[in-house]
Unconditional design. Structure first.
Length: 236
């Protein structure tokens, strides 16, 4: 983040802020300046965690020849990289046992669809689910997803090995990063926060959260709310 160069204290940086809004009170400004210092610290913590993540030693080698069914036919695990050195795979909770796709996954992927072409300038991006590819394509068309690449893991071998299937056979979401270096594909990182790591009064969530909607709602006085989640349909 900054090498050996010392950082200016967050409170000192916050004092450089000259933003003032119409009719705000002195009480509001004091509280906002204190919050700004915390936000600066949060930004620094996020970068420190990202640096620590990037410094991970090599993960486990992928030795199985996973196969998937894509919209244009069968593909190998290596094919998912395209011409990139890294690959992000999102395990989509839309197995054949589900009547409809997971609303939370759908909300996330709807946002990612708008970023997919940008993301793929840097990394391969694949969405994997256990339903037949025809079902995935039909759902993709229903949602208007133009740029996401969906793949069927009908053997469930990849999903099972990378923890996208619960002990009872139900779906679990997954976010995995793989690398391809010197002819070897390795697992690099995965989101590992679940129910066991949730803090009291909070839903399980990763950090940073992958869903843009929560970033927006966290800026509201109401926050995320404990009884609201995205739906597949809000009616007309």
């Amino acid at each position: 983040m900054s090498g050996n160069k010392p950082l200016t204290p967050a409170a000192e940086l916050a004092e450089k802020n000259r933003t003032r809004y119409p009719n705000e009170s002195a009480e509001y400004r004091r509280a906002r300046q204190a919050l700004l210092a915390e936000e600066i610290e949060l930004r620094r913590r996020i970068e420190r965690v990202a640096e620590q993540r990037r410094a991970l030693p090599p993960g486990g080698e992928v030795t199985k020849n996973y196969r998937f069914e894509g919209e244009r036919g069968p593909v190998s695990f290596g094919d998912l990289f395209g011409d990139k050195q890294s690959l992000v795979i999102y395990s989509f909770m839309f197995g054949p046992q589900r009547e409809r796709a997971c609303p939370m996954c759908t909300s996330l992927l709807g946002a990612w669809n708008g970023e997919a072409r940008d993301i793929e300038q840097r990394v391969g991006l694949a969405v994997v689910a256990r339903s037949p590819v025809e079902r995935l394509v039909a759902f993709k068309k229903e949602r208007g997803w133009r740029d996401l690449k969906l793949y069927s893991d009908q053997t469930a071998e990849f999903s099972r090995d990378y923890f996208a299937i619960a002990p009872d056979g139900s779906d679990l979401p997954g976010f995995n990063v793989f690398t391809r270096r010197d002819g070897k594909i390795r697992h690099f990182w995965s989101g590992e926060m679940g129910f066991e790591q949730a803090d009291p009064g909070q839903d399980p969530r990763g950090a940073p959260d992958l869903m843009p909607i929560w970033t927006v709602l966290d800026a509201l006085p109401e926050g995320r709310a404990k009884d609201w989640y995205p739906k597949l349909d809000y009616g007309t």
